[in-house]
Design a protein around this ligand. Structure first.
Ligand SMILES: Nc1ncnc2c1ncn2[C@@H]1O[C@H](COP(=O)(O)OP(=O)(O)OP(=O)(O)O)[C@@H](O)[C@H]1O
Ligand SMILES: [Mg+2]
Length: 348
């Protein structure tokens, strides 16, 4: 992980090895335990309940959304709610259509097949999946070259749950074969507070409401990050305080780990600071900005910027990167145009 840019960041949306080790224990098991995503939960509840009542296998479900929002969790909940076993695999793990054929042909009736990172599947496997999803059939190719024949193999009905962080990369024929698509949104702070309380209960840590709010506010709308920050704050509370987490402890701990009130870490702040202090808020080219913070272009563009843009702190314009008034406010600085008594770029 350490070779990857941003791989060790506390506010990384992707799971690191510690996350993977503890996430299983923190996963909600039933739909009723799953926090937030109100609409998705309601819709999924209908889909699953109706299938259950008909004694049928649930329709295929596509889950799309940023890393750490609960796609894997929901896939397991779908299986649990249907009382069905779950088989877990991922797009990159399926190199050849044959890999997929052997998984499909060993499924039991009603089983949930969770296909993570479904956008990264190979083309031949994808085409096999179309048929399997629609007709519950795979064509097993026997032999090679002109003498090869396809032997159709009937599959028991199963539920495919596909997950993707990049729904836009899915070919439309694949997307269309899902009966239900759930778009997972970033979580509201109040929802993340509930995530923190719930996880604290499971980890046996005491957190008061203000402490939970402090952690939630810095978690970038992402339960995985909330859980990770909670673990780091727990460490701090254990060593530097009495073990329980209040607002003050949470805030001091996250200062130590350099995650600020808005969830920006050192890299995010370095990018913003360079943009404001060295380039007067821009516009400045990406390469120049990257050199100024001593990082690769890709790191600035792919690791730091998406969240800054999402937070409305930075804008990507044809002339270069530009800071918004919110960026100046967040770093407690005054935009130069205002100092000179002129209206700023954003009318500020
Ligand atoms: N709605 C939720 N309520 C409570 N906890 C949640 C919720 N969503 C996610 N979590 C927690 O966040 C962690 C990450 O969730 P999960 O692994 O399901 O994310 P993901 O969308 O599959 O991420 P990735 O794209 O990286 O695979 C889990 O440990 C889970 O406990
Ligand atoms: Mg996942």
């Amino acid at each position: 992980m350490s070779a990857e840019p941003g791989g060790e960041r506390l506010v990384d949306h992707e799971a690191d090895s510690e996350d993977r080790a503890v996430e299983a224990a923190l996963r909600p098991r039933q739909l009723g335990e799953f926090i937030g995503q109100e609409r998705v939960r309601q819709q999924l509840d209908l889909v699953l309940r109706a299938a259950r009542e008909r004694g049928a296998t649930a329709d295929h479900v596509l889950l799309s959304g940023a890393p750490g929002l609960g796609k894997t969790t929901l896939s397991m909940i779908i299986a649990a709610e249907m009382g069905a076993p779950i088989r877990i695999t991922s797009g990159p793990a399926i190199q050849h259509a044959g890999d997929l054929a052997s998984i499909l042909s060993s499924l039991q009736e009603g089983e949930v097949l969770f296909l993570d990172e479904i956008h990264r599947m190979s083309r031949p496997a994808e085409e096999m999946l179309y048929i399997a999803m629609e007709d519950f059939r795979v064509d097993v190719i026997v032999g090679k070259g002109p003498g090869a024949t396809a032997i159709p193999l009937e599959l028991p009905p199963f539920t495919l749950v596909g997950a993707t962080t990049r729904a836009g990369l899915l070919p439309p024929p694949l997307r269309d074969r899902f009966g239900f698509t759930a778009h997972m949104e970033f979580y509201a702070p109040a929802e993340l507070e509930r995530v923190v309380h719930r996880s604290a209960g499971l980890l046996d840590v005491e957190v008061d409401p203000a402490g939970a709010a402090e952690i939630a506010g810095r978690s970038r709308g992402t339960p995985r990050i909330a859980n990770r920050l909670l673990r780091r704050v727990r460490d701090y509370a254990q060593i530097k305080a009495d073990g329980s987490i209040g607002q003050e402890t949470a805030s001091r701990a996250l200062e130590v780990y350099e995650v600020d009130q808005r969830g920006l870490d050192r890299l995010d702040r370095a990018v913003l600071e360079a943009l404001l202090k060295l380039f007067g808020g821009g516009p400045v080219g990406l390469s120049t900005l990257a050199v100024a913070v001593g990082e690769e272009r890709e790191t600035v563009e792919e690791v730091a910027e998406p969240f800054l843009v999402r937070e409305g702190l930075l804008a990507r314009t044809p002339r270069g990167r530009v800071a918004t008034p919110a960026a100046w406010a967040h770093l407690g600085l005054t935009p130069p145009a205002q100092q000179a008594g002129q209206p700023g770029l954003f009318g500020g």
